[in-house]
Ligand binder design. Sequence first.
Ligand code: NAG
Ligand code: NAG
Ligand code: NAG
Ligand code: NAG
Length: 306
Amino acid sequence: MRGEIFTLLLATWPCLQALFIVKSEQDSYDGELREAVRMGCRFSDIPSVLHISVIWQRIKPPPEVEVFRLDKGVENLNITSKQFQGRVRLLREELEKFRAVIELSQLRLNDSGTYQCLVIHDEADYKQTKLTVSAPYKAIKKSVRRLNEKEVELSCQSQGLPLADVTWSDGKLREPLLTNRSKSSHTTNSDGVFVVTSRLSVSENTNNYSCSYITNDGKPNQIATFVIPDEIPEESKGATGYIAITVIVLLCLGLFCTFLILRKRKKGQTGSDMRSIECESPGEDLTVPLTDQKTSMSACSPSLQG
Ligand SMILES: *[C@@H]1O[C@H](CO)[C@@H](O)[C@H](O)[C@H]1NC(C)=O
Ligand SMILES: *[C@@H]1O[C@H](CO)[C@@H](O)[C@H](O)[C@H]1NC(C)=O
Ligand SMILES: *[C@@H]1O[C@H](CO)[C@@H](O)[C@H](O)[C@H]1NC(C)=O
Ligand SMILES: *[C@@H]1O[C@H](CO)[C@@H](O)[C@H](O)[C@H]1NC(C)=O
């Protein structure tokens, strides 16, 4: 009797465990422009993942596009949408842990959307997740340029989204005054993000100035500080530059003159040398270039030996 119950249980067991379930590991993912992101879904434990199929699609915004496809254990990149070609891979080692994880690299702003992970192994199930690619402002590039004897121009540049306001302050917190005196402008680059530049002319008196990039999306502000006059490019640097250029020009002139003198002397020599190697064509022009002279020499030498 017990044995019978046991066989009955064994027979019904596959039905009891039949549910093959896929779960999203996260409801949403955040990625940064040009960086990479890993998105994963988890599926029910199965005896072997060798012949599993995994299909990642982006279903929103329309049209639906294929991001990655593993057909019964074989990658099929033929169907991958152009937009994702060469930028997506499946982390194979994670399959063993019943996870279907893709890594999407070189993120673009328009990769944002809703993605669907479909896993097929006898049965199939799928789940969705969202990806948002943002472009927070990166570390500010700053530069200092001398305008005249008393003034320098400070300049800050950074890129990101959304459009940032740039404010300036100094040690005495004169923000509106300074910001009103600054000039800010922006362009859009090929990634579709704003390149924001702001310039401020200041006297070279001792002070610290900061430019701040402020956006209204809750991302931390970027700030760069100039310590004046420490960061003013040294004038002597400019002077050394000029000296270096002068030296180079003089050297070149000297070389050129030497070359001319040598050439003149060589020409005189060539005249006398040529007389001794005039063998096959006595009428040839005596002012052949030095290289030609060599070849004519070697052409003549066998006959001279013989
Ligand atoms: C991909 O396409 C090539 C040629 O179009 C074909 O030979 C190959 O079998 C395809 N690969 C798969 C996995 O379908
Ligand atoms: C700065 O400019 C704004 C408008 O451009 C003006 O309302 C404000 O009064 C100015 N602030 C100072 C301190 O000049
Ligand atoms: C997505 O943005 C890139 C630029 O970052 C562009 O080259 C590409 O054409 C865009 N793709 C679509 C489908 O709009
Ligand atoms: C400028 O900053 C430096 C370093 O942060 C500090 O030592 C110096 O006192 C500051 N100078 C002024 C005028 O605020």
